[in-house]
Design a protein around this ligand. Structure first.
Ligand code: HEC
Length: 121
C-alpha cells in the first residue's frame, strides 16, 4: 500500500527532474555521503558503493559485507523500491544494518532519487 502510494507520488517528479531539483537532491545526498561513495570504481566504505544501483539486485556489490536482511530481500533497486527503502529503511527491510532514520519528506525524497539517477550512472 505504502509502496504504491509512494511510487505514484515520486515517479512523475523524477521524470521531470529540473536542474534545481538535482541541486536539492545533491544537497540531500550529503547525509548519505558520510557512509556511501557514488563514483564508478570507488571502494565501499561504511555502506556499499552506489554506482550503478538502479536495476541492481540489493546486496550485490562484491566488496561489501551486507546483512542477511538485504541479501535475502529479493529487492531490485528502482525509483519505487529506493523511495520505499529510503523513507524508512528499518521498516522496509527489517534487520538492515543501514543506520539511517529515513527521509519522511516526499519532495526531498523525490529530489534525492532524481539526483541518484544521474549521479549513479
Ligand atoms: C550511517 C551510515 C549510512 C547512511 C547515513 C546511509 N547509509 Fe545506505 N547503507 C548503509 C549500510 C551499512 C548499508 C548496507 C545495509 C545492510 O547490509 O543491511 C546501506 C545500504 C544502502 C543501499 C542498498 C545498496 C545495495 O547495494 O543493495 C542503498 C540503496 C543505500 N544504502 C542508499 C542510501 C542513501 C541514498 C542514503 C542517504 C539518504 C543512505 N544510504 C544513508 C549505511 C548508510
Amino acid at each position: 500500500m505504502l509502496a504504491a502510494g509512494l511510487a505514484i507520488a515520486v515517479l512523475p517528479s523524477v521524470g521531470m527532474a529540473q536542474a534545481a531539483d538535482l541541486d536539492a537532491g545533491r544537497a540531500a545526498f550529503a547525509k548519505c555521503r558520510i557512509c556511501h561513495t557514488i563514483a564508478a570504481g570507488a571502494p565501499s566504505t561504511v555502506g556499499p558503493n552506489l554506482h550503478g544501483v538502479f536495476g541492481r539486485k540489493a546486496g550485490s556489490v562484491p566488496d561489501f559485507d551486507y546483512s542477511p536482511a538485504i541479501k535475502g530481500s529479493g529487492v531490485v533497486w528502482n525509483d519505487a523500491t529506493l523511495a520505499k527503502f529510503l523513507r524508512d529503511p528499518k521498516t522496509d527491510i527489517p534487520g538492515t544494518r543501514m543506520a539511517f532514520p529515513g527521509i519522511a519528506d516526499g519532495t526531498t525524497l523525490s529530489e534525492l532519487i532524481a539526483y541518484l539517477r544521474q549521479a549513479t550512472k
